[in-house]
Design a binder for this molecule. Structure first.
Ligand code: RUB
Length: 282
């Protein structure tokens, strides 16, 4: 098992990506530390580093905060169990609602969206997925490969093609990094896709998430990543005043969201706003 610094490095470098995987791997590291040293300073230092590794996905923060409150190893096991069970439940609810013969667009790599596709496959529903490549780090490649390995038909497109391909889609199904009173945060490009879907009466824009994605503590902010991730950055920067910007996430406002599906079913904006007044609990 890699130590905390190696895990933080992998999270920052996107070797571990997706909000829920970050939370799961953080719990695995904390579990080992607690087994060895209990809930002392080593645990607190590691918890601090892990929850700050990616500042947008709020799942790791909520889950770590839950464990800090309970301060018992059973809380870590319960949290790990929750993450997987809740995701499967949300995916089943979403898959039940998707009609047979659908074309579904997705973006980036989300384990929640992947769980929906797996459920649709298990239900023997006929569907195909349009996958965007997701610049600058191309997490869409991972999504396309995993779908192909499940024998699910895939069309792989560049991000800029999402607008015209949205007209062929019945749904867009994407994951979530953070749920706020003003909207839902996910990988950069999600917002533009929601605008394209809103132009088409036949395309519904769905987010699928578990309740660890609610930003109860107003913790998350949009992560600005290194311009080094942008193609041709050296050429662009050389002998120029060009400012390279690389925000990793964006927010889709409620007006562009057709459904937010969680393990408790579909949640409307007013229910989300009410939920956000509380605290994360399993
Ligand atoms: C991943 C991303 C995913 C969400 C949800 O971004 O935006 O859609 O994190 O994922 P990155 P999940 O690759 O930069 O981490 O459903 O697995 O929690």
């Amino acid at each position: 098992m890699p130590g905390v610094d190696e895990t933080v490095r992998k999270i920052k470098d996107l070797e571990i990506q997706g909000a829920q995987s970050i939370a799961t791997e953080s719990l695995n590291v904390l579990s080992e530390i607690v087994e060895e040293d209990g809930f002392g300073k080593r645990f607190e230092d590691a918890a601090d580093k892990l929850r700050k590794a990616r500042p947008t996905g709020v799942s790791a923060h909520n889950i770590i905060e839950f464990v800090e409150r309970r301060r018992e190893i059973e809380a870590i096991d319960a949290a790990l169990d929750y993450l997987n069970t809740a995701k499967q439940n949300a995916a089943t609810i979403a898959a039940d609602k998707i009609e047979d013969g659908s074309v579904i667009m997705t973006h980036c790599h989300s384990s929640a969206a992947m769980a929906v596709f797996e459920k649709l496959n298990d239900m023997n529903k006929d569907f195909r997925v349009i996958v965007t490549e997701t610049e600058p780090k191309l997490q869409g490649v991972k999504t396309a490969k995993e779908l192909d390995q499940m024998n699910i038909p895939v069309n792989y497109i560049v991000d800029a093609a999402a607008g015209i391909y949205m007209w062929a889609a019945n749904y867009a199904v994407v994951g979530v990094d953070s749920i706020k009173p003003s909207g839902v945060i996910n990988k950069i490009g999600t917002y533009l896709m929601s605008l394209a879907a809103a132009e088409d009466d036949d395309t519904e824009f769905w987010f699928v998430a578990t309740k660890d994605k609610f930003d109860y503590d107003n913790f998350s902010r949009i992560e600005e990543r290194s311009p080094d991730e942008i193609d041709e950055h050296e050429y662009l920067e050389k002998d120029s005043d060009i400012v390279l910007e690389n925000p990793a996430f964006d927010m889709t406002p409620w007006s562009k969201i057709d459904k937010l599906i969680t393990e408790e079913g579909e949640m409307k904006k007013h229910e989300v706003v009410e939920e956000l007044k509380g605290k994360f609990r399993l």
